[in-house]
Design a protein around this ligand. Structure first.
Ligand SMILES: *Cc1c(COP(=O)(O)O)cnc(C)c1O
Length: 346
């Protein structure tokens, strides 16, 4: 296993981070704040938010069962994805390895940061062998991306293969669990406080938690990785409105379980109904709040649905997804509208 110091870009390792007014005074009880050039009027929004979101992390810690010091919060998971490159990957020198097809942001952020992105094709069941991922690595590979349940395929990646990658790769393994609440796969967050591994687990409030608008992503990792992320992130990366709304949402976890159980029931119904459609050639197994379906003519079906005001995702141009549509599970009424439209398609 390479140490975090071995993996971090040298300029980031030696970086002296920006020190904000809110960082510097901590530890004392104070009531007059004349340190941050804020306007004293228009409270509470006149004040800069907590740069490390401590109250929110305590709440997430108790819900997710991950120590607060192993949590990074960002402006969506997308911030954590970008930080992996900015912190660990030297442009034009280092590379990352990822399954293909998968979530598009890993490659976009690699391109933005000028980091080589190596794709390893999934098999026809949308699965991967650890050996194939490991064989794509070399001494300059800093991270391996695994998304499970995977987007856009919808299925869990085999746990044993992910475990093998974690055990055998000496760099960082990122497991993106954006859809974990819809899956019965056990979270890989159990690896993050173990110093023998370099694992980052990504979760988000955008899916099961019903809060895509507030942009709150979570990265679970060991303390030295969290420390590097905190040093590189924008000082106030999670705004006060987001922290406030996230607290409200987290204080009602029962609503989330209810939504998830409704969506899982609807998922079962939709997968069955789709399989019966004349235009549908195959519905792929799903462990997420969406499914991938192979149809006779994805573009034609997509265009037909747009005409009816129904938008699904056309994935036909994605590797291994020829003529595939990705369908998110909606409310019962929305799902019925989609089925009705497809049934009356000539
Ligand atoms: C939707 C999604 C996310 C969520 O990203 P946010 O920036 O947190 O909204 C992350 N990873 C995958 C694979 C996703 O599909």
């Amino acid at each position: 296993m390479r140490t975090i110091k071995d993996l971090v870009r040298p300029n980031i390792w030696s970086l002296a981070p920006y020190s904000s007014a809110r960082n510097e005074y901590s530890g004392h009880v104070a009531h007059v704040f004349l340190d941050a050039n804020e306007n004293p009027f228009n409270g509470p929004y006149n004040r800069y938010p907590d740069p490390l979101q401590e109250e929110l992390k305590e709440r997430i810690s108790s819900i997710k069962n991950v120590p607060a010091e192993n949590i990074f919060l960002g402006n969506g998971s997308d911030e954590a994805i970008d930080l992996v490159y900015r912190c660990f990957c030297e442009p034009k020198k280092d590379n990352v390895v990822a399954i293909c097809p998968t979530y598009g942001m890993y490659e976009v952020c690699a391109d933005i940061n000028d980091v080589e992105y190596r794709k390893v094709l999934l098999d026809e069941d949308y699965q991967i062998k650890a050996e194939k991922l490991l064989a794509a690595c070399d001494a300059n590979t800093k991270a391996i991306w695994i998304c499970s349940p995977n987007n856009p395929t919808g299925n869990n990646i085999n746990s044993e293969e992910i475990e093998k990658v974690i055990e055998q790769f000496d760099g960082i393994v990122v497991v993106d669990e954006a859809y974990i609440d819809f899956s019965n796969q056990k979270s890989f967050k159990r690896y993050v406080s173990n110093d023998n591994y370099n694992v980052i687990v990504l979760q988000t409030m955008s899916k099961a938690w019903g809060s895509a608008a507030i942009r709150l992503g979570m990265a679970f990792a060991k303390e030295d990785i969290i420390g590097i992320f905190n040093k590189v992130k924008y000082p106030y990366n999670v705004n006060a409105l987001t922290q406030e709304q996230a607290m409200k949402r987290l204080n009602d976890p029962q609503a989330v379980s209810q939504w998830v159980s409704i969506l899982l029931q609807e998922r079962g119904r939709m997968v069955e109904a789709f399989a019966e459609l004349p235009i549908c050639e195959k519905v792929y197994p799903t462990d997420a709040n969406f499914f991938l379906a192979k149809v006779e003519d994805a573009q034609g079906t997509y265009d037909y649905l747009v005409e009816k005001g129904i938008i699904v995702r056309n994935r036909t141009r994605i590797t291994l997804c020829n003529n595939c549509l990705r369908v998110t599970i909606g409310t019962r009424e929305e799902n019925n509208e989609l089925l009705g439209a497809l049934r009356s398609m000539k």
